[in-house]
Design a protein around this ligand. Structure first.
Ligand SMILES: [Zn+2]
Length: 358
């Protein structure tokens, strides 16, 4: 152990077998207060890869923030949870944790940075750019470039919720390996929008996957646990910890999926939840007038699983109501019934009617 080198980050030395708080400086704020992004680094006693975990790039997406809290502090942090704490003395490699990238966005309870820009469209950022480009730049240079792999943790915006699923570029084998190891039932193909962290990082040599779990402005323990499990699964896969990975019996690799849309405006009552299976033609939501009288019914345009759902009851014609991934009832039942499979059955799903409309 003694011959393992320390990890150096922004002038701080992190000895093997320790976890240390550091920060990324962003320069002063309007009140002269120093602004920085808090970072926690766990440096293992054994050699291994550098894994970066980022959350809160969208300041109102909090489930991923809690995922990282659990991995740093484990079950001492919140009663009744599994022992998630990453063991410092047994870890092979290094973990760079950035629980809240967009720290001012979080304080403002908003998705964007204080200048309202979406940081996740500005990577790799600019050293002398606007304030959001500088945040992207600092994160990219100091964290992403030092990482061998990256997992970026998100949730749906506040008006929607997502069944926990991984988004990855199906055309990059190194990303797919991480996506499969993470262990969600559903993996959606997406290389990410231009300027997004995952697209830019992957292109620059740090294979990146993205978790979408739950909704914004909340700590939802089911979504948080799917994130913890997934990160630990990836760490097990990369040989960073000893772990028997828990994988689903069936996973769906989804090239394209389709949103069911409201054909008329009104107040929306969803009859199902994410993770539910629905049949083509089945009534999945009701639309009412302001007095609660039903005016319309929304039927599922396909047989499959709901992976995304509108939470805002106010809808106008054309608004997305439910994102449905093609899947037979039997297949989904099988996927739900077994876990701990060593070699999940894989099904490719490509909804040819779908356009890129998410
Ligand atoms: Zn997000």
């Amino acid at each position: 152990m003694a011959d393992r080198n320390s990890f150096h980050f922004q002038g701080t030395e992190i000895a093997p077998g320790t976890g240390v708080e550091v920060s990324l400086e962003l320069g002063d704020g309007p009140a002269g207060n120093s602004r920085d992004i808090p970072v926690y680094i766990i440096h293992g006693t054994k050699p291994g890869p550098v894994l970066a975990l980022t959350a809160g790039i969208h300041g109102d997406e909090l489930n991923g923030v809690s995922v990282i809290h659990h991995l740093i502090h484990g079950d001492d942090h919140i009663a009744g949870t599994d022992d998630d704490r990453i063991p410092r003395d047994e870890l092979a490699g290094t973990i760079i944790c950035v629980p809240v990238v967009n720290i001012e966005g979080m304080l403002l309870e908003q998705r964007g940075a204080p200048d309202n820009r979406d940081i996740n469209r500005l990577f790799p950022g600019k050293k002398r750019g606007n304030q959001s480009q500088r945040i992207a730049h600092v994160l990219f240079q100091s964290v992403v470039k030092r990482a061998d792999f990256l997992i970026d943790l998100h949730s749906a915006p506040h008006s929607r919720t997502n069944l926990p699923h991984i988004r990855a570029n199906f055309d990059r084998e190194e990303c797919m390996e991480l996506a499969r190891a993470f262990g969600t039932h559903i993996i959606l193909h997406s290389s990410g929008p231009k300027g997004s962290l995952r697209r830019t990082a992957t292109k620059e040599g740090t294979p990146t996957i993205l978790l979408e779990a739950g909704t914004a402005h909340r700590f939802e323990m089911e979504a948080v646990h799917s994130g913890i499990e997934g990160v630990l699964n990836v760490m097990g896969h990369l040989g960073m910890i000893e772990r028997r990975n828990r994988l689903p019996a069936v996973r769906l690799l989804v090239r394209r999926s389709k949103w069911a849309r409201a054909e008329a405006g009104g107040l929306l009552y969803s009859l199902f939840n994410v993770g539910d299976h629905v049949k083509k033609g089945q009534e999945i939501a009701l639309v009412t007038d302001p007095l609660g009288e039903q005016t319309h019914s929304i039927e599922s345009p396909r047989t499959g699983v709901i992976v995304g759902l509108a939470l805002n009851p106010l809808v106008r014609a054309g608004d997305p109501v439910a994102n449905i991934v093609l899947c037979s009832a039997n297949k989904w039942k099988q996927a739900q019934s077994e876990f701990n499979a060593d070699d999940p059955e894989e099904e490719s799903v490509d909804d040819e009617e779908a356009v890129d409309d998410s």
